[in-house]
Design a protein around this ligand. Structure first.
Ligand code: TF8
Length: 334
């Protein structure tokens, strides 16, 4: 009697288990990354894999590729739009040719800290960019973090606004960054991320700019001597899914992917933030000479690049810039 009841219960449980996973098809999702796996993006992707395993009974899987080996930010994003690849984690900046409104994030010295970035990304402004991305064939599942960008170079210490003069700096494929770094006096060259290490190594360029964690995990310290804590931009990571392929998923599959990306966001942002200062210490220990930039000097740099705002806001559009500025004002208590 007891045995039969146990069996019946077990059978019922099995039925619930199989039926709750029946809505998920066996899927292997290709997810490419420009950064290496030891970047906190690796923590976020791992979390996504765990959530998918638990919630779909192992039916939906992520196959992750690292270090740009399966394509850089822009080509991967184009593959998503074409429907030949599911996912990419990319900086927003190289995508301004696709969604011009994203240029709002490229305006120099826009965010002062992570709290401000979160307020913008997790509020109505973030939702607005998601809508624009969707119109371009891209579903943004979550905003993850690359962090505040800092200049490195092999030519000279850069501590004040004048020191940028004549340094040959790689910038992302983005007109606002190009304008900013030209305005600062550098010889700015747009280049895909995947070419940067070699270009630095061969001294085709003197410098580049990225957050500490990306500098360290991409080993730029091996080919760069000087690091300046400029914090001149915070360009978010987008966790994108191909809209063409998204539309082939059922609502449960879509929901579980969104949930996984948001669970991933929590651990990815936390890991990135706890690693940021550690990375700076570690970059120093590995031999980089660090120049802190005082608040007064950062203000001088900002004053120098102010014309970049007036010049580029018409291209970005008044609406996205206003949404970002409103969110910032609110975050600053104004
Ligand atoms: C850049 C970006 C990149 C990231 C990474 C490739 O400098 O900051 O580091 O988008 O995913 O191009």
């Amino acid at each position: 009697m007891f045995k039969r009841r146990t069996l019946a219960l077990a059978a019922a449980a099995l039925l619930v288990a199989t039926s709750s996973f029946a809505q998920f098809a066996d899927r292997t999702i290709k997810f490419t990354n420009g950064v290496n796996e030891d970047h906190p993006v690796g923590v976020g992707v791992k979390k996504m894999q765990e959530v998918l395993a638990a919630k779909t009974g192992g039916k939906m899987k992520i196959n992750a590729f690292w270090g740009g080996a399966a394509g850089g930010d822009l080509p991967a994003t184009q593959a998503l739009r074409a429907g030949t690849q599911e996912m990419v984690c990319t900086s927003s900046s190289p995508l301004v040719g696709i969604v011009k409104e994203l240029g709002a994030f490229d305006l120099p010295f826009l965010f002062a800290n992570e709290k401000e970035a979160d307020a913008v990304l997790d509020g109505p402004a973030g939702a607005y960019f998601n809508k624009k991305l969707e119109e371009a064939g891209l579903i943004n599942l979550a905003y993850w973090e690359n962090g505040f960008r800092n200049l490195t170079n092999s030519k000279r210490p850069v501590a004040k606004a004048e020191d940028f003069d004549g340094v040959k700096v790689r910038v992302m494929q983005n007109n606002i960054f190009l304008d900013t770094f030209k305005t600062l006096g550098t010889n700015a060259v747009p280049m895909a991320f995947g070419e940067v290490f070699t270009a630095l190594e061969t001294k085709t360029i003197d410098g580049q700019e990225n957050p500490f964690v990306t500098i360290e995990t991409s080993k730029f310290n091996e080919v760069q001597k000087y690091l300046s804590v400029t914090r001149h931009a915070y360009t978010p990571f987008l966790v994108l899914y191909s809209k063409k392929l998204w539309d082939q998923l059922n609502p449960q599959e879509q929901a579980v992917l969104r949930e996984a990306a948001m669970e991933g966001q929590k651990v990815q942002r936390a890991a990135n933030r706890s690693l940021n200062e550690k990375s700076l210490t570690s970059l120093k220990a590995k031999g980089m000479q660090v120049n802190e930039v005082s608040a007064a000097e950062q203000k001088r740099m900002f004053d120098k690049v102010k014309p970049v705002y007036d010049k580029n806001v018409p291209t970005i559009g008044a609406e996205p810039v206003k949404l970002v500025m409103d969110a910032l004002k609110k975050a600053r208590g104004g």
